[in-house]
Design a protein around this ligand. Sequence first.
Ligand SMILES: N[C@@H](CCC(=O)N[C@@H](CS)C(=O)NCC(=O)O)C(=O)O
Length: 215
Amino acid sequence: MPPITLWFLQASRCIRTAWLLEELGLDYEVKFSPRENGIAPAAFKKEAGGLGKFPTLQDGDVTLYESGNIAEYLCDTYDKQHRLLPPLGDPKRYEVLQWVHAAEATWALHGIAILYVRWHQKDGDVKKTEEGLSKNVINDMNLLESTLEKSSGKFLLGDKVTVADTLMHFSAVFILARDLGVKGEDYPRCKKFIQDCEATESYKKAVERTGHSLG
Ligand SMILES: N[C@@H](CCC(=O)N[C@@H](CS)C(=O)NCC(=O)O)C(=O)O
């Protein structure tokens, strides 16, 4: 039995962790669950512990939550060559980590705010609320588009995958696929980035291994 277990909820950010595990060439067991009525089944949440959110990762005695935290842990523990995350003290590390954190704290936050309005706002002008919230998303997506345009390669920080890509890919997919505040605007460089991420052998293996599908 590999020491690493990934609790994987279908159609979720869990693909970030599976992709990173594949990039690192690590063996892992997948505990997979489909969604029930759009959310994680109660028994699956209980088994994973913590807040009952996914991805959840167990490595030996260590149980971890939060896709960004899991990514930092996996790189610090297993990326001995610092291929995906530069070492402590290297200024480049903080450029990479900025994307790791922003993937959740900025891109996903702004996108999910719109999803929650669609799900939970029962009265008032939903479209108007969405319109107001979309300013943040447009700002985020414009920055992603221009950063990718300036990149010297296919990925965020050049021609090699870093942990920044393994986090930001899902945020961009989620915003574009669910049309969260982007008002159908075209982001050709972001779309190309998504294609290039999904064309990597490690991403393909992660999909094959987990059965990930956004549905
Ligand atoms: N900030 C957390 C978010 C975790 C999260 O909300 N995951 C969602 C799936 S994308 C989840 O577990 N939802 C199940 C539920 O709430 O029932 C992370 O980056 O891991």
